[in-house]
Design a binder for this molecule. Structure first.
Ligand SMILES: [Mn+2]
Length: 372
């Protein structure tokens, strides 16, 4: 149904620019470009299905959470179907936990789920075959929506919308919701808005015109008090102790700063600290490593002038683990268990020297980031 014929008293349903009556002095939004993806056809293929299980990458970040939340809203609004969000790993970072709790994003842990009971599967902000999700092996996937480079495993997926040129997967979901005039309520708008902010560091990292358009569309729908509770969360005392340890352990090799964080409280702490350390004026590359249980996690950040984090991470990990990422940010995990302090240090040293080799820095001596 064309948007202009749809009557609604809810401000939240205000949609694309140019649809307001002439006497409505609503501000004009920037051009909303519709991609050539056939959303109607994609949704049509799901007719007759009853329940959709939506996966994200494990230890989901705000972009994954918001995209999954948005997809649930989109399909439930468009077809008689119920969607469930499957949580692989844990939501660890304080901001992300606050996002889930404050906005009521309904996540179900895999132990409580039987994928066989669902007749459709989706994955957002990741793809089949990456090794970083809890997708049940061997089951065909019906929907993949992502902004990471396309993988061969995604080729056969009927609803396949992969746009590596975009800064966030959430941008695609905003486009879908707008295209079909799906009401975007406060929690969903706030989730998508926070995702755009977090994923692009306030539109400064890998954001495109499409992210800016999505941001402005969501802006009047956001609850900024809720947003503030997410972006400035309260943290336990242990968080400062962990940061203190990390900052004292960080080492500098020329323009690379790297840290072996040892045992970490949650997997995405490596990404959180990598973002923090990139603030140092001398850093063009940041590598953070840490173990959650016996799983060895890596996070890599680069300055925008060195946009090859994804490729570097894939080379670092090669066939020994799962790697993903794009221009200035990437993550990875080793398949083999890493259990002792000695093993962690040896694996860290190996990764740092491999990275120094890959970026052509040789083997400069290391110095502590801060004086001891
Ligand atoms: Mn993303």
């Amino acid at each position: 149904m064309p948007a202009s014929k749809k009557k609604s008293s809810d401000d939240a349903t205000r949609s694309v620019a140019g649809e307001s009556p002439d006497d409505d002095p609503a501000p004009v939004l920037p051009e909303f470009e519709v991609s050539d993806f056939d959303l109607g056809k994609a949704l049509g293929r799901l007719r007759g299905r009853h329940n959709l299980l939506i996966y994200m990458h494990d230890n989901p970040d705000p972009d994954a959470l918001a995209a999954a939340f948005g997809l649930k809203r989109l399909v439930e609004h468009s077809i008689p179907l119920e969607a469930t969000l499957a949580l692989g790993g844990i939501v660890g970072r304080a901001e992300n936990r606050a996002m889930v709790e404050t906005l009521g994003i309904p996540l179900v842990a895999p132990d409580a789920l039987d994928p066989a009971a669902y007749d459709a599967l989706a994955i957002v902000d990741s793809q089949p075959g990456t090794g970083n999700s809890s997708l049940p092996p061997g089951r065909p996937v019906d929907i993949v929506i992502d902004h990471h480079p396309a993988r061969p495993e995604s080729e056969q997926v009927p609803w396949r919308d992969i746009r590596p040129e975009l800064g966030a997967t959430s941008t695609i979901l905003v486009e879908y919701l707008r295209a079909l005039n799906v009401p975007v309520d406060t929690p969903l708008a706030t989730a998508l808005f926070y995702a755009l902010r977090a994923e692009t560091r306030d539109l400064g990292r890998e954001a495109t015109h499409a992210e800016r358009v999505a941001y402005l569309f969501l802006f009047p729908l956001v609850d900024f008090h809720l947003l503030s509770r997410i972006a400035q969360p309260k943290v336990p005392r242990e968080h400062f102790a962990a940061l203190d340890r990390v900052l004292r352990s960080a080492q500098v090799w020329g323009d690379l700063v790297a840290v072996n964080m040892g045992s970490i409280a949650y997997p995405d702490l490596v990404a959180e600290v990598a973002d923090l350390l990139l603030a140092w004026e001398g850093a063009r590359f940041v590598l953070c490593c840490g173990c959650y249980g016996d799983r060895f996690y890596l996070s890599l950040r680069t300055e925008p002038s060195e946009r090859r984090a994804g490729a570097l991470m894939r080379q670092l990990i090669s066939s020994e683990g799962a790697a993903g990422g794009h221009g200035t940010m990437a993550g990875g995990r080793l398949f083999r268990p890493v259990t002792t302090d000695t093993e962690r240090q040896a694996t860290f040293d190996q990764m740092v020297h491999l990275l120094l080799d890959l970026i052509g820095r040789g083997s400069p001596p290391s110095t502590p980031l801060i004086g001891s």
